[in-house]
Design a protein around this ligand. Structure first.
Ligand code: 8ID
Ligand code: ZN
Ligand code: ZN
Length: 349
């Protein structure tokens, strides 16, 4: 009993707003599954997509969303990896060709034919969404779909970023934008991986939530008189963190990271502020042997590893859940930087 029509949030023109309306339910192709999305996390990427912030066009009209947790309700004839009734997740990488040199090396986010949920194909801000079976996240039956939804982008992305940083258990990592959706997850993954997290964000509410999530220190960028000195002071011998995970949606903190990262340290760029450039002094980068890298979501193995941390009970990020009909209000709060942690939308409301 899959309905013909369903509720969705649709971006009809660049800049938005989202329009809550009924649209047809699609049928899965031979290598695709149809997922009844129960909950979907709201990532800042969804807001960037609606605003047209990046040098890559979205489809229009567009159903956003790429942290969709739900139940498989139909599948194409070639699909063998999941069954109807299984829990599954729609993530940013909706599909990839599986045949190019990047896919062959498990770098499928770099696939030139990648399909992006809620960007180049419709995503999870609807009750029924399509994904390539090869790429859906396999969610264990014992997991809570509401709580696991934000793992499907935020969790995977920060877990991959921490891996890319090369930081080892016992070392220190600065998380910039720690009070946001990705940042809250990053504190928890860092702890689970045996790292010491220093949280950087703005305001008392985010500070409180970062500490509750297990950050060893909080530096408030809105009140700190010398952010570089404060971050270094929070690390042993004042040498600075071994890694910096940049999640902020603003350019300035990217430049500051070079000044406080420990010599031989690694800076991981993940946040995607519109039109931003990364500028670093060549002299410092050379003589302090600093590594600067980008990190983009994760591959299928990273996905299952990130979900496994959650399934083991190691990742507990407080959520705020509202009906799918309230998505625009979530975007408004996000635009103002007022969200501590992650919002999740319930597609039944
Ligand atoms: O694969 C990827 N690279 C990937 C995956 C998913 C998301 C990248 N992203 C990108 C998003 O597109 C977005 O640009 O990561 C960024 C963060 O996404 P989010 O966590 O969903 O956004 P949020 O919840 O709004 O959190 C952003 C935080 O940054 C803080 C804000 O206060 C907020 O808590 N922040 C800002 I804006 N300026 C800051 C500063 N100067 C800052 N924190 C510290 N210092
Ligand atoms: Zn995302
Ligand atoms: Zn490919």
């Amino acid at each position: 009993e899959i309905p013909e029509q369903q509720w969705a949030q649709v971006v009809e023109k660049k800049g938005g707003p989202v329009v809550f309306k009924q649209i047809p339910v699609q049928k899965p192709g031979p290598d695709e599954v149809l997922i009844n999305v129960k909950y979907s996390g709201v990532c800042h990427t969804d807001l960037h997509a609606m605003k047209g912030d990046w040098p890559l066009d979205t489809k229009l009209p567009l159903v956003g969303g790429h942290e969709g947790a739900g139940v498989v309700v139909a599948k194409g004839e070639l699909v063998t990896e999941v069954e109807v009734g299984d829990y599954a997740g729609i993530k940013w990488l909706n599909g990839s060709c599986l045949a190019c040199s990047f896919c062959m090396q498990a770098d499928e986010p770099l696939c030139p034919h990648a399909l992006l949920s809620g960007y180049t194909v419709d995503g999870s801000f609807q009750q029924y969404a399509i994904a390539k079976a090869a790429h859906v996240a396999k969610i264990p039956k014992e997991c809570d779909l509401e709580a696991i939804a934000p793992v499907l982008c935020a969790g995977i992305t920060v877990y991959k970023g921490l891996k890319e940083s090369g930081a080892r258990p016992g070392q220190w990592v600065a998380i910039v934008g720690a009070g946001g959706g990705l940042g809250s997850m990053a504190i928890q993954y860092a702890n689970a991986m045996g790292l010491h997290a220093i949280a950087i964000d703005g305001g008392e509410e985010k500070g409180k939530s970062c500490r509750e999530l297990g950050a060893k220190a909080y530096v408030d960028f809105t009140t700190s008189k010398d952010l570089v000195a404060d971050v270094k002071a929070a690390t042993p011998e004042g040498l600075g963190p071994h890694a910096v995970i940049l999640l902020a949606v603003s350019e300035k903190p990217f430049h500051q990271a070079v000044d406080y990262v420990r010599p031989r340290g690694t800076i991981i760029c993940i946040g995607l502020p519109a039109g931003a450039y990364f500028k670093a002094p060549v002299f410092d980068t050379v003589i302090r042997m600093i590594t600067i890298k980008g990190s983009y979501v994760g591959n299928r193995a990273d996905t299952q590893e990130a979900l496994d941390f959650f399934a083991r009970g190691l990742i507990k990020v407080p959520l705020k859940t509202v009906g799918l009909s309230k998505l625009q209000e979530v975007y408004d709060l996000m635009e103002e930087g007022k969200i501590a942690g992650r919002y999740v939308v319930d597609t039944s409301k």
